[in-house]
Design a protein around this ligand. Sequence first.
Ligand code: PMP
Length: 467
Amino acid sequence: NAPAKPPVRNYDMNELKKLDMAHHLPAQSDYKLQHELGGSRIITRADGVFITDAEGKSLLDGMAGLWCVNVGYGREELARVAYEQMLELPYYNTFFKTATPPPVKLAAKIAEKMALSNPDLTHVFFNSSGSEANDTIFRLVRYYWELKGEPERTVFISRKNAYHGSTVAGASLGGMTFMHAQGGLPIPGIEHVEQPYHFGEGFGEDEEAFATRVANSIEERILAVGPEKVAAFIGEPVQGAGGVIIPPASYWPKVEAICRKYGILLICDEVICGFGRLGHWFGHQHYGIKPDLIAMAKGMSSGYLPISAVGVSKKIVDVLLEKGGDFVHGYTYSGHPTCAAVSLANIGIMENEGLIERTRDVTGPYLAKALKRLDSHPLVGEARSLGLIGAVEIVSEKGTNKRFKGAEGTAGPIVRDLCIKNGLMVRGIRDSIVMCPPLIITEAEIDQIVDTIEKSLNEAEPVLRAL
Ligand code: PMP
């Protein structure tokens, strides 16, 4: 008995916008701009890969919400699972020797997926968000080294322009200097090295030589800090918020070899890349490496409810088991039964519909081919993708990576606004347009994304050239 579709509710747009400005501080926002624009864009409903705003305008959601709605919108099955779990046991905690069925089953299911690349990844710690997952990693890694008798191993190496969340540890691990500028970050003990951004920072350089150079920046920093002080290296398999930065194929194996050489833990932040985005359950599986810890969130529940996890390898768990004592870390909502039940059902949908394989074999390659059409556009410096995540670099001079003078860093948002006008939700990051659609997207909808970006680039060209 499928529940009926919810009724279409009519909202008073003006009223909502007024309340938004009077009482609401939206996340990661410029509040002055929120007021200048007369309030936020209000999204009221969604189905499949389409979202609808309060004015009734429909947009193809080329961002899967915020890189998360992997199974698409309107999944009644997920609503039903949440409803049933809430009636049976809406909440109970996992503190003090207690657990509930959904997180236990979910941990086993995630271990099965992690074992595809690394059977040593046996255990899972739950949180509610990607930032919290990275905070857990930060404390767990330092605690591990302390228990192992190497308490001086405290330093984390991360990359410039990485995104690992917006909590204190998350933003510090991240490499975004404009985030560090607020709140006196990063906290001590975090080092940032070169990112594998070939188009932006290795333009014209042989890709393999570039991969070696940026991977070597990790080794150089390890040696500068002192290898005995380094706890871990953390990186997103493909950097998402930094602008969909897809490293050269040999980068990750080189990074892994450096970590092994110095006995440093390798952490993959899979918050965006996990759950099918790159055509594998986890992004690192595309690169053939074996991380010791994984942060995951977003696609874990396709954003239907907030849940995240840290995948932990046996060698770390063994030390915790051997030494005993509380790991004095955890959240009220660690292992939330309703969120975990929805996550399990979400993984079930991915399995039943073959969404991972479809992304790897059908839609991922289709997106890559469709983006090739943009290669000849005068504003396009590079159009790249892997699985169902991609970026289009906007340049002022074809064949270079030069940006529009005086408007550097703004071309992305200008083209993005035109995409929205033309019915496509994408994101503008500095001078690029990025996309990350739901994994249920069809070939025709992928064409719609690429055609809309092309149309919007055409409309943007005279505006950008006049700047
Ligand atoms: N890590 C990565 C790689 C992310 O992309 C994000 C969110 N975009 C986070 C961590 C933080 O997740 P959250 O916003 O759920 O805290």
